[in-house]
Design a protein around this ligand. Structure first.
Ligand SMILES: Nc1ncnc2c1ncn2[C@@H]1O[C@H](COP(=O)(O)OP(=O)(O)OP(=O)(O)O)[C@@H](O)[C@H]1O
Ligand SMILES: [Mg+2]
Length: 449
């Protein structure tokens, strides 16, 4: 996503009814929307926001909250009662129809809830429709439309009529038509709402994929919070014509602006919204490779854990060592930890959704390691944290213990082995190393926040 603003809404109002100006004046003076219904319905009240180029901006709200009215003002289909819309550098509010149409043709396409396909035209002709309006030659638009039909998975269906297609397929035609028009902004009003859940999920995933590839700016309207959370880079929550909160999905979920939003987000599928970096804990059982097997054993004993992460320079994750291997190495007087290093650490990137973590977490007793692009250990997600975050239980370590994988070697045996093989003096370094690794995390996390 770039910082360039693709579309800007400034203090937009839309009032249906006899006296829009009077309604707006009174709303501005603080009167309530409900008290003004005899003069008009305030469908959108004082909406302001910027949508960045390449962003998926979701507008969410219950039926009647003003979403469709808002989106229709964004592409100039409806004139605002007050306020203005700017697309790229071009203010579109109040400009002559002809200019408005030109801006729309060039910059904005729309995908509707009920497909809005032309029933007597083939899939191919429907997909090419926007290009026809743009005045493209028939060969060229056929070529382009074919490309997009294939891209959305409808190859072979070009000559069918919309009525011969399932709902999901018809919506793909709508999407192909919008994409073929090659505008930089896509407006989608409840585009997936009529689809059954599995197809809908598929379409959501495909949309995200296409967006990442094509860098389109998408304004997506939905009343489905899960959809909003899955798709949105940012979400605007609407209630009774007003935008009550704009924020990233995580913000809206963890820091709702008011009770209304809080209630709205209560039922959201957190696993699809929260990310690894949002729930991870500082990794506690970490040693540097130089700590050696003795350092590892000492750390395991102190933290009563059966596994510790081993990091190298720059806190890069090298792997993990297990208590039995460490015991054996210490007894054998082995100095190099690399000989017992395992590489079966479950790892994820910071942006991975929790839903992707369950399988990984289930396959291993180890906490999942969160690593960045350069393999640096950012934090860890023990299973208990994963579960706590789904229930919206605060996962601070003071309230829920971070459960380390339990020891498989008795702690007494560890202490005994350490004593037998050379007292605790050699261990002091290792602990210092381990602590240093921890401090480093704390420092890097501090700076990241
Ligand atoms: N053409 C119109 N004339 C009069 N009132 C309208 C018109 N269009 C919408 N409204 C009113 O404006 C308010 C907002 O409607 P809008 O269609 O924008 O809501 P929405 O959030 O899109 O709802 P839904 O989820 O049902 O599509 C509603 O109270 C609606 O009755
Ligand atoms: Mg609507």
């Amino acid at each position: 996503m770039s910082d360039t603003v693709a579309l800007q809404a400034q203090n937009l109002y839309k009032v249906f009814g006899r006296r829009p100006k009077e309604v707006i004046k009174r709303l501005k003076a603080g009167e309530s929307r409900d008290s003004l219904t005899s003069m008009g319905t305030a469908a959108v009240i004082d909406a302001s926001f910027d949508v960045k180029q390449g962003e998926i901006f979701v507008v969410m709200g219950l039926s009647g909250s003003g979403k469709s009215t808002l989106i229709r003002m964004l592409n100039g289909l409806w004139e605002p009662s007050a306020g203005s819309v700017t697309i790229g550098d071009t203010p579109i509010t109040g400009i002559p129809d002809k200019e408005l149409r030109a801006v729309r043709t060039k910059h904005v396409s729309m995908v509707f809830q009920h497909f809005a396909l032309l029933p007597h035209r083939t899939v191919l002709e429907n997909a090419a429709y926007g290009l026809e309006i743009q005045g493209m030659s028939s060969d060229e638009r056929r070529q382009k439309a074919l490309e997009w039909i294939e891209r959305v998975g409808l190859k072979g269906w070009e000559q069918k009529l919309p009525g011969q297609l399932s709902g999901g397929m018809q919506q793909r035609v709508g999407l192909a038509r919008a994409l073929a028009a090659d505008t930089d902004i896509l407006l989608m009003d409840e585009a997936f709402s009529a689809l059954d859940p599995l197809i809908r999920r598929e379409m959501q995933e495909q949309l995200v994929e296409l967006q990442q590839e094509l860098g389109k700016t998408i304004i997506f309207i939905t009343h489905d919070l899960n959809e909003a959370m899955f798709l949105g880079d940012r979400i605007a929550v609407m209630r009774d014509g007003r935008i009550v909160q704009i924020g990233a999905p995580d913000d809206i979920l963890t820091d709702p602006a008011n009770d209304y939003v809080a209630q709205f987000v209560q039922d959201v599928d957190r696993a699809r919204v929260l990310t690894a970096s949002g729930v991870m804990e500082p990794a506690r059982s970490v040693i540097t490779a130089t700590a050696g097997p003795r350092g590892a054993l000492r750390t395991m004993r102190d933290l009563q854990t059966s596994a510790v992460f081993v990091v190298g320079n720059g806190r890069k994750l090298l792997g993990v060592v297990r208590d039995r291997d460490v015991m054996r190495a210490v007894k054998d007087n082995e100095k190099d930890i690399m000989s017992i290093l395992r590489h079966d650490t479950p790892t994820v990137g910071p942006d991975q959704h929790l839903v992707d973590l369950f399988g990984i977490s289930a396959e291993s007793t180890l906490p999942v390691a969160v690593i960045d692009d350069e393999n640096r250990l950012l934090g860890a997600i023990p299973r208990v944290t994963l579960l706590a975050s789904l229930g919206n239980v605060p996962s601070t370590t003071t309230e829920i213990p971070v459960v380390e994988p339990p020891v498989t070697v008795p702690v007494e045996a560890m202490t005994e082995t350490l004593r037998e093989t050379g007292g605790d003096e050699a261990v002091a370094d290792a602990v210092a190393d381990g602590a240093a690794a921890d401090e480093e995390t704390a420092a890097s996390e501090g700076s990241a926040n």
